[in-house]
Design a protein around this ligand. Structure first.
Ligand code: NAP
Ligand code: G4F
Length: 338
């Protein structure tokens, strides 16, 4: 059987790294498109260059530069394109509203238009987001209303509709995965879950005394990024291009995430967290996300394996290990802070 080739944008991000590992394990050839940065940004994928040297590589490109997309697609000739590249931070999107709107929406258009011109058989995946639902009440599903509350949310609605437009108008196999929050030890340090697990060891070691945070009453439906990579792949393999909600169906507040993680080392978070710090409050919020993933479960037979408590433990264990600590040693340090 012919070996499949996948092009991944946003390869250097959390999801890019898990998706690459999954596709390589399925014998794909994977090419990642990455942007130039002044310092190296490949720490999440460095292990793949060596291990899969004939099947894994990256190429510099820019999703706002059609000629660079065209050149990569013409040369690599992918069967599938996974568009994960985006300014993905909601809070920062309020500060970089115009570039987030432009980049996240037009980048999707640029890839789809190139597919339309070069090879309409290429299957396309768009990284859509539960942030698009905004203030719509949970549970949110495929046909729930989009009421985005941030430049990021609006940009993702634009990209979602761009994907549907190419599917309907030009019959491209263009899919939207509407993924709810998914986390991992590779999550960026300025997303709320990783901010918490990254800083607990620093609190234990006395390197910081207090951590400033924003609104802790917000609820999110948090899954594990490794599980979500599997859903992304299944969405693209399905015979019919469609839109799919991917979620665990359970949600927790940030206070509950703090309870769980600080509890694992025997600490009470209230002693160490400053709430409602102006720096982290957003001009408008998405208060309550909880997805209904019945469709993806029923048709694609996908279900999340990692639940909330295991996710907290996995992330904290990894950040403790990076500081040379295990849970027992962490608890000993914690007893000195009580
Ligand atoms: P991430 O870790 O922030 O990775 C984003 C990727 O996009 C990185 O490779 C980043 O490159 C690249 N990128 C960002 N801004 C760019 C720009 N202006 N030009 C070129 N490349 C740029 O995000 P993720 O968690 O893996 O998410 C992957 C995709 O899924 C994103 O589109 C995100 O919006 C979407 N999504 C994520 C979640 C979630 O909970 N994780 C949920 C729903 C949807 P650098 O490494 O150089 O920064
Ligand atoms: O972890 P967050 O920054 O993720 P957010 O805004 O939900 O966005 C993530 O999930 C989306 C899917 O719904 C993705 F599309 C998007 O790319 C990204 O991956 O914040 C979660 C919540 C927010 O309500 C925020 O206001 O936590 C609240 N929060 C409270 N204190 C904080 C903090 N968020 C951050 N980042 N830092 C804080 O100190």
């Amino acid at each position: 059987m012919k070996r499949k080739k996948a092009l991944i944008t946003g390869i250097t991000g959390q999801d890019g790294s898990y998706l690459s590992e999954l596709l390589l394990s399925k014998n794909y050839k994977v090419l990642g498109m990455m942007r130039r940065s002044s310092s190296f940004n490949t720490s999440r994928i460095d292990h793949l260059y060596k291990k899969f040297k004939n099947n894994f590589d990256t190429e510099y490109g820019d999703l706002m530069d059609d000629s660079s997309i065209h050149s990569i697609i013409s040369k690599f000739k992918p069967d599938e394109i996974y568009n994960l590249g985006a300014q993905s931070h909601v809070g920062i999107s309020f500060k970089t509203a115009k570039s987030t709107l432009t980049y996240n929406t037009l980048s999707t258009f640029n890839i789809l238009e190139t597919i339309r011109i070069t090879n309409k058989k290429i299957r396309f995946y768009q990284a859509s987001s539960s942030e698009m639902f905004g203030i719509t009440k949970p549970p949110q599903r495929e046909n729930s209303q989009f009421l985005p509350q941030s430049p990021y949310g609006i940009s993702k609605v634009g990209a979602y509709h761009t994907t549907r437009y190419f599917r309907n108008a030009y019959k491209l196999h263009a899919c939207n995965g509407i993924l709810f929050n998914h986390e991992s030890p590779r999550r960026g340090l300025n997303f709320v879950t990783r901010k918490i697990t990254f800083n607990i060891p620093l609190i234990l070691k006395g390197e910081i005394k207090k951590l400033k945070m924003g609104n802790l009453d917000i609820k999110r439906d948090w899954g594990f990024a490794g599980d979500y990579a599997d859903a992304i792949w299944k969405i693209v393999q399905y015979k019919k291009a469609d839109d799919w909600v991917v979620a665990t169906g359970e949600n927790y507040s940030i206070k509950e995430f703090l309870d769980e993680c600080f509890g694992l080392v025997g600490l009470n978070w209230k002693k160490f967290i400053i709430q409602d710090s102006k720096q982290y409050l957003r001009p408008s919020e998405v208060p309550n996300l909880k997805g209904d993933a019945s469709k993806v479960k029923k048709i694609l037979k996908w279900k999340p394996k990692v639940k909330f408590k295991s996710l907290c433990k996995m992330m904290l264990e990894s950040d403790l290990a990076s500081n040379g600590l295990d849970f027992n040693e962490a608890k000993k340090l914690a007893s000195k802070l009580k």
